[in-house]
Design a protein around this ligand. Structure first.
Ligand SMILES: Nc1ncnc2c1ncn2[C@@H]1O[C@H](COP(=O)(O)OP(=O)(O)O)[C@@H](O)[C@H]1O
Ligand SMILES: [Mg+2]
Length: 346
């Protein structure tokens, strides 16, 4: 419940919007009043549909469950020929014991070294580690040495018994949202960063950014003491007390999730038709109707697909990434949810 409470304002925005939009199509939304997260949509023809925050009655439960498990989802996507990121799952000590596996944190480290060294001849071995069933970029870390690797893996194993070690891929990070046979939204995601003004420290700039997120009730958590931020700054020869020059952009995280403070740039109108086709096909191939397809593109999404990777798929994508930035954006988001409400009745 803690996370539900922390994000209550966000839930209220979404729930309130669904309530209002349902009325337009003659449907009625009943919200469970204590937490305002769970709701029932009653359509004119007597059909009932349900939702719990971003989880709507659109996707089958089997496909949704596979989508939530990055290891499983990668297996099926790879088998169908989609370019997934090379990687492997490893288990917490407890889970290793339970399933009698030797794929523990030390085996993970040996794998990471091989994976990293295959790519770079330097002492550093960047690899990505992440919880197998994570969301919102929580505990996703780019690690460059043994110490960072073990710290990040132990953090993962506090909440997930399965961790994924992956190759680092580079490019532009995009989210494409598919509803049935249509791309309803697409945007680039840029990792948490601050832009200097010549006199504030990174810590001050970050605190300011944090306050702005809270003021706009954005569902974002930035922890000033996040070890990933410290590691990323250190790698750049900086620290939180460093003062960037005016206009200088400093990146603080390697994951581009909006939930961890990333920025979004809408590309719905610019996305190349071949990328649209690909996202729609992938959604269908994974048994989903509503899906957030996350791609890392070497190049840009406005060009024909050349080199790209499927980062992951999301069966319960939020559609409100720009809900708070203005009236026009509010309209766009409302139209997206109206489409979803109509699709739910099918
Ligand atoms: N292998 C990778 N190489 C480079 N960046 C990655 C990699 N895996 C994840 N990322 C970055 O971290 C973000 C979150 O990773 P993801 O696997 O989608 O986890 P989550 O489910 O928490 O969003 C991605 O959107 C991307 O920006
Ligand atoms: Mg993601």
């Amino acid at each position: 419940m803690i996370t539900h409470m922390r994000r209550k304002s966000e839930h209220l925005v979404l729930a309130g919007m669904l309530k209002k939009l349902a009325r337009r199509i003659g449907a009625h939304v009943t919200l469970e009043p204590e937490w305002n997260i769970a709701g029932q949509i009653r359509y004119k023809n007597g059909l009932n549909r349900y939702f719990r925050y971003n989880t709507l009655d659109l996707n089958p439960v089997g496909a949704s469950d596979i989508a939530k498990d990055k290891g499983y989802a990668n297996f099926f996507m790879r088998r169908m020929g989609y370019p997934t990121i090379p990687g492997k799952t490893f288990f917490s000590d407890e889970w290793c014991k339970a399933i009698e596996s030797k794929r523990n944190i030390h085996a993970a480290y040996r794998y990471a070294r091989r994976l990293g060294l295959a790519l770079s001849s330097s002492k550093s071995f960047p690899v990505i580690v992440k919880p197998n069933s994570g969301t919102q970029g929580i505990d996703v870390a780019l690690v460059r040495n043994k110490k960072e690797f073990y710290r990040a893996m132990r953090a993962i194993f506090k909440h997930d018994r399965v961790a994924l070690v992956q190759r680092v891929v580079t490019g532009k990070d995009y989210r494409i949202v598919v509803l049935d046979k249509e791309v309803i939204s697409a945007y680039e995601r840029i990792p948490l960063n601050v832009v200097g003004n010549g006199h504030s420290t990174i810590k001050q700039l970050l605190a300011k950014k944090s306050r702005e997120f809270i003021a706009s009730s954005r569902d974002t958590r930035i922890k000033l003491n996040d070890p990933r931020i410290a590691a990323k700054l250190k790698y750049q020869g900086r620290s939180l007390v460093n003062i960037p020059s005016r206009g200088e952009q400093v990146f603080l995280l390697d994951n581009a999730n909006l939930s961890s403070g990333g920025d979004s740039v809408d590309v719905t109108k610019q996305i190349h038709p071949a990328f649209k086709k690909l996202a729609i096909k992938l959604t269908r191939d994974m048994g989903l109707r509503l899906c957030g397809v996350d791609l890392m593109v070497d190049g840009t999404i406005t060009d024909k697909p050349n080199k790209y990777w499927v980062l992951e798929i999301n069966a319960a994508p939020g559609l409100d990434h720009y809900v708070k930035t203005g009236q026009a954006q509010q309209k766009i988001v409302e139209n997206l949810y109206l489409k979803v409400l109509k699709s739910l009745a099918k």
